[in-house]
Write a protein that binds this ligand. Structure first.
Ligand code: ATP
Length: 256
């Protein structure tokens, strides 16, 4: 593939005690790509996701964003370098409104700018106004304006997932990491979410990594798929290529 990928995973291994959770994983993500990461239970998907979001430090290998290693960055700084994420079980502030949750996301990215601007510029309120506008735009984009002032805990699970997406988008990520976004959703909601993810990519050029058990969603949403098994890369390619790969078929049949 192309000479300069947005994200490069290079020979990443993770060992927990004696267990090799990831064994020399390499792949590239191109800008604007939706990459689906699949594999049977225990394949290493969550471990890789946690490396990308800086919760785990690989035992070996490197992860490069626009050619620069992310492994020297502390986990709480990843939003600033353009990595956004959602969680398997929604991790919003349940007692805060939708608007305030999304504002938190926007601040993750812009907080230090706002503080330094306010020291120099008396017209700082314009920054605050821009922030409000950004939050409002995102709420409109994800059809959340009508629940903007609603407390998150009072919303249906599917809507909470959309709020989480809104919060992640507010930080203006270059790459969005989605941890099993289809989990807990019904059939219709899964495909609505898949369409939404594609729309976000099409409209905003955001690159998406999708860790997902729901094979139908991966196959209909992703442009490219990487399949793991027992911590190794089993196959990669278009959804059709990976779906028809004999090793992938065998791995899934073997895992009940
Ligand atoms: P699932 O689909 O069930 O979530 P997965 O593909 O996400 O599975 P991982 O959770 O990444 O797989 O697990 C990969 C391997 O690493 C498994 O053998 C698991 O038991 C082991 N493992 C994962 N996290 C830890 C940890 N914190 N400590 C020890 N072993 C771990």
């Amino acid at each position: 593939s192309s000479a300069s990928p947005l994200l490069a995973v290079r020979d990443v291994s993770v060992v927990f005690g004696g267990i090799v959770a990831l064994n020399g994983i390499s792949f590239n993500m191109q800008k604007g790509q939706i990459l689906g990461l699949i594999g049977p239970n225990g394949a290493g998907k969550t471990t890789l996701f946690n490396c990308l979001s800086r919760l785990y430090q690989p035992s070996k290998g490197d992860i490069l964003l626009e050619g620069e290693s992310i492994l020297t960055r502390p986990p709480h700084r990843i939003a600033e370098i353009g990595i956004g994420r959602t969680f398997q079980n929604v991790a919003l502030f349940p007692n805060m409104s939708v608007i305030d949750n999304v504002r938190v996301g926007a601040h993750c990215r812009t907080n230090s700018d706002i503080v330094s601007d306010s020291l120099r510029m008396p017209w700082i309120r314009s920054t605050e106004k821009a922030l409000n506008k950004k939050v409002d735009d995102i709420l409109g984009y994800l059809d959340l304006r009508s629940v903007g002032h609603t407390t998150v805990s009072g919303l249906p699970f599917g809507t909470q997932k959309r709020v989480e997406l809104a919060r992640a988008l507010a930080a203006e990520p270059k790459i969005l990491l989605l941890d099993e976004p289809a989990g807990g959703l019904n059939h219709e909601e899964v495909y609505i979410l898949g369409d939404l993810i594609r729309r976000i990519r099409d409209d905003r050029g955001i690159t998406v990594l999708l860790v997902e058990h729901h094979m139908g969603m991966v196959m209909s949403t992703a442009d490219y798929v990487v399949a793991l098994n027992f911590g190794r890369k089993l196959a990669e390619g278009t959804p059709t290529q990976v779906q028809n790969d004999p090793d992938v078929i065998k791995a899934y049949l073997g895992s009940k």
